[in-house]
Design a protein around this ligand. Structure first.
Ligand code: PLP
Length: 416
């Protein structure tokens, strides 16, 4: 006989949920930021330069460009390729809108390929979707995992197209010792509430000098700055580009947080591994698949549940666990009503540029109509998804309670 669930009026596993700190923000951060403020010079300056250099070193890449969000990082990655209007970029529909807003702003068209059990792009479906208009593959390493980027790299090389990697959620994840983003032509990440958190900001990184040259101009209104590729040219905006720079306050804090991020990541991996192991005998729960040799850094812990066996939706399951004092949530992006991205109003209506269908109709006989889009495996898998936000401050007792809450709910749901 199962215990009465908290959602049915029983006693929760955790009666007074604790507020687990998400990051270690301390006196060292305050000191670094104060020094910049006291210097009287808070714009983009030496701290941003040093943050970029230290980041590039830590990642083992040639170039890093600090920008003001993950969205602007991904926009800069696309703009660095200088695509033509109507060019297609193959990507995933299970990601933040921030992964693809930039490509639309650059007048490109997202082509959504299906995902595999890693919850990231399925290379086979990506290859099926390549056309003469394909400019790039934009892979998103979701939740801290790494997609089958090695296979995507081969496909991109075979077809002579770019590979862009969205590592916003996968700071310091590794594939057989290679840091996420390093196999791509250019990659971006976000500092908005991620492992490395500056309350906003992002980074673009690449080993490709030509892409760096255009990217560094693009993030700064294509102005000819000192030490940049256009140095010495007369002052002018050389092509259409926004201002995505960050300032030295963020740069200084980034440098301090960069020293602490390994600790956050190690702790999240430890807790997530213990939770996964503690639930491994439950057949109805399957964690996000991780390929051999991949170091998943667990920005969030995502699993899918057997909704038939447990006779519930993923939302109902997550609500029952949350009532036990462990804040699980249901499907990422709220599938099927609002997610995946091709069902969001900005694409489905579409609601992009005034009353036009641009760029979805540019140079095409039939405009792209996302209302007809369907990635069947992704829809099935992600509608059964449950998510749990990982914090580096979790202690062993809490990890045990996370396992206990799930076991309690599974046991009760099995008997219903
Ligand atoms: C995968 C992914 N890409 C892009 C973004 C956009 O980043 P930002 O919110 O910093 O603009 C996010 C944000 O969560 C994200 O998770």
């Amino acid at each position: 006989m199962s215990e009465k669930l908290a959602i049915d009026g029983g006693k929760p596993i955790i009666s007074e949920p604790k507020n687990w700190p998400t990051h270690d923000f301390g006196e060292d951060d305050v000191k670094a930021v104060s020094e910049v403020i006291n210097s009287g010079s808070i714009g983009k300056g030496p701290q941003v330069g040093a943050f970029q250099d230290e980041f590039a070193k830590r990642y083992g890449v040639k170039y890093a460009i600090a920008v003001n969000s993950g969205t602007s990082a991904m926009h800069t990655c696309v703009a660095a390729m200088n695509p033509n209007p109507g060019d297609e970029i193959i990507t995933t529909a299970w990601t933040s809108g921030g992964s693809i807003l930039g490509l639309l702003l650059q007048n490109c068209v997202p082509i959504f390929a299906d995902i595999d059990d890693t919850m990231c792009l399925d290379p086979d479906d990506v290859e099926r979707k390549i056309t003469s208009k394909t400019k790039a593959i934009l892979v998103v390493n979701l939740f801290g995992n790494i997609a089958n980027v090695r296979e995507l790299r081969k496909i991109a090389d075979k077809h002579g197209i770019y590979l862009i990697e969205d590592c916003c959620q996968s700071h310091f994840s590794e594939d057989n010792g290679i840091t996420a983003g390093s196999l791509a032509d250019i990659a971006g990440l976000s500092f908005g509430g991620k492992h490395l958190n500056l309350g906003g900001g992002g980074m673009v990184y690449t080993n490709n000098t030509a892409l760096w040259e255009r990217a560094i101009l693009f993030h700064d209104a294509a102005l000819p700055r000192a030490n940049g590729p256009a140095e010495g040219k007369p002052y002018a905006n050389y092509f259409l580009a926004p201002n995505y720079k960050i300032n030295d306050i963020m740069g200084a804090m980034g440098r301090v947080q960069l020293k602490k991020v390994d600790g956050y990541v190690d702790s999240k991996i430890r807790s997530a591994t213990n939770i996964i192991n503690g639930l491994s005998d439950i057949e109805e729960i399957t964690p996000q698949a991780v390929r051999p040799g991949v170091k998943h850094t667990y920005w969030t812990l995502n699993m899918s549940i057997d909704t038939d066996a447990l006779k519930c939706t993923a939302d109902e399951y997550a609500d029952a666990v949350a009532a036990e004092g462990v804040p699980f949530s249901g499907p990422y992006l709220g599938t099927p009503e609002h997610g995946p991205l091709y069902r969001n109003p900005f694409l489905a209506e579409p609601n992009l540029y005034g009353n036009s269908r641009f760029p979805l109709d540019y140079n095409r006989e039939t405009p792209i109509d996302y209302r007809k889009w369907n990635n069947p495996h992704g829809e099935e898998l992600m509608s059964k998804g449950i998510a749990f936000s990982m914090q580096p401050s979790f202690d062993e007792e809490y990890v045990g309670q996370v396992i206990e809450a799930n076991r309690k709910v599974v046991t009760a749901f099995r008997e219903r």
